[in-house]
Design a protein around this ligand. Structure first.
Ligand code: HSE
Length: 403
């Protein structure tokens, strides 16, 4: 029997307990031994819940118990999770976590600590909810040089954009539904402003390129500026708006960005809707690979956490080697990155001439019902060039075009 302790009895923690109860027998076969939850740590009480028998409020009970071999951290946030995880590793316990903030900030160090001690620090659930992506990057795509990772990595924003587009819901109603379903972060800005996707692409980039990609270095723009009119224009072009998190290697340098983009049906991520996540990976020998599944939610995320517990149980004495050096990867200056831009501006006298003077030939986009705006798509240009030119216009919104 392998004893584990679960830190945090929120959405994911209770999901982990449920998955272990539901699939205990098959999990036992796969892990080689029964996985026994010895403790659950939470500050709250859960009257009437059988978990009360295992509930503790003091981390030291877990840290001081040599029978606990695996600690499952599903609390979220950097502190106290970081302290608890570090202490667990120092006491010889492997750690499985779903905590993207923790992994993005301290992943390299915690992996090193685990490696030095012949333990494991596993974090499949930190990116893509239930989708296997960390393990494929570490263990399956090892023959390749990764040249691109582009993902829809945030379920909440994908859900909001899908509901706005397909059901005409307004932004706040769609957000409320996502919160009710348990997809959204406690602080809505983490989803809506792209910070959650930013941490996730930082983790994937660090693994893909084997060096530390600091999330603070990644240009990040969320979906809070997307309006009903943007959706109308997208539809008129046969396009969809998606929040992309990308990390692309060009001329031996990597650029990373989180931002809404317009894509058409020929893009592999076009059909990734609702709470689903999709991750497109391009390797220099394998070519294109796609990963798709539930990117958020109690049981899908718990499924990934429990898969890590099984892996940790199978490798109690052996570190599963992961290459993620703490040496910082210098990213390309995002101002130099080139895109086409879809732009909506306030209609004013001679607007077409003004746009042409600034941008040369553009593609006009027309929606019959929107009369007070002028919308167009520019040719390829750098972020820097675009930002200079747009100063001369009353820009309502600008979205990068990936078609
Ligand atoms: N808030 C996150 C999302 C949860 O919506 O994707 C999963 O990380």
């Amino acid at each position: 029997m392998i004893n584990i302790a679960v830190l945090g009895y929120g959405t994911i923690g209770s999901g982990v307990v449920e998955v272990l109860n539901t699939n205990g027998e098959s999990i036992k076969k796969r892990a080689g031994e029964k996985i026994n939850i010895k403790y659950v740590l939470d500050l709250r009480e859960f009257p009437g819940d059988p978990i009360m028998e295992k509930l503790v409020h003091d981390i030291d009970i877990i840290l001081n118990d040599p029978e606990v071999q695996i600690v499952v951290e599903v609390m979220g946030g950097v502190e106290p999770a970081y302290t608890f995880v570090k202490e667990s590793l120092l006491r010889g316990k492997s750690v499985c976590t779903s905590n993207k903030e923790l992994v993005a900030k301290h992943g390299a160090q915690l992996l090193d600590m685990a490696k030095e001690r012949g333990l494991n620090f596993l974090f499949e659930a930190s990116v893509g909810g239930g989708i296997p992506i960390i393990r494929p990057l570490n263990q399956s795509l090892t023959a390749d040089e990764i040249v691109e990772i582009t993902g829809i990595l945030n379920g909440t924003t994908n859900y909001i954009l899908s509901k706005m587009s397909d059901e005409g819901l307004d932004f706040n109603t769609a957000l409320k539904y996502a919160q009710e379903k348990g997809y959204a972060e406690r602080n809505p800005a983490a989803d809506i402003e792209g910070y959650d996707a930013c941490r996730k692409i930082a983790i994937l980039s660090s693994l893909a390129f084997g060096m530390q990609v600091d999330f603070e270095d990644i240009y990040t723009e969320g979906i809070s500026k997307i309006t009903y009119n943007d959706i109308c224009y997208a539809k008129s072009m046969g396009a969809r708006i998606k929040l992309f998190a990308s990390s692309i290697k060009e001329d031996n340098k990597v650029y990373a960005m989180v931002a809404p983009v317009l894509i058409k049906a020929n893009h592999p991520l076009y059909s990734v809707n609702d709470v689903f996540n999709g991750i497109f990976v391009r390797g220099n020998v394998i070519g294109d690979v796609m990963f798709y599944g539930s990117g958020a939610g109690k049981l899908p995320t718990a499924s990934a956490v429990v898969a890590d517990i099984v892996d940790a149980a199978k490798h109690l004495e052996k570190n599963i080697w992961t290459i993620w050096s703490s040496k910082k990867l210098e990213l390309t200056d995002v101002n130099k990155v080139k895109h086409r831009f879809f732009v909506r501006v306030v209609k004013q006298e001679n607007i077409k001439d003004l746009v042409q003077q600034l941008f040369g030939e553009v593609e006009e986009v027309i929606v019959d019902t929107i009369l007070d705006e002028y919308a167009f798509i520019t040719s390829m240009q750098s972020e820097e060039q675009f930002n200079q030119k747009k100063e001369n216009l009353q820009v309502l919104n600008a979205i990068r075009v990936r078609f």
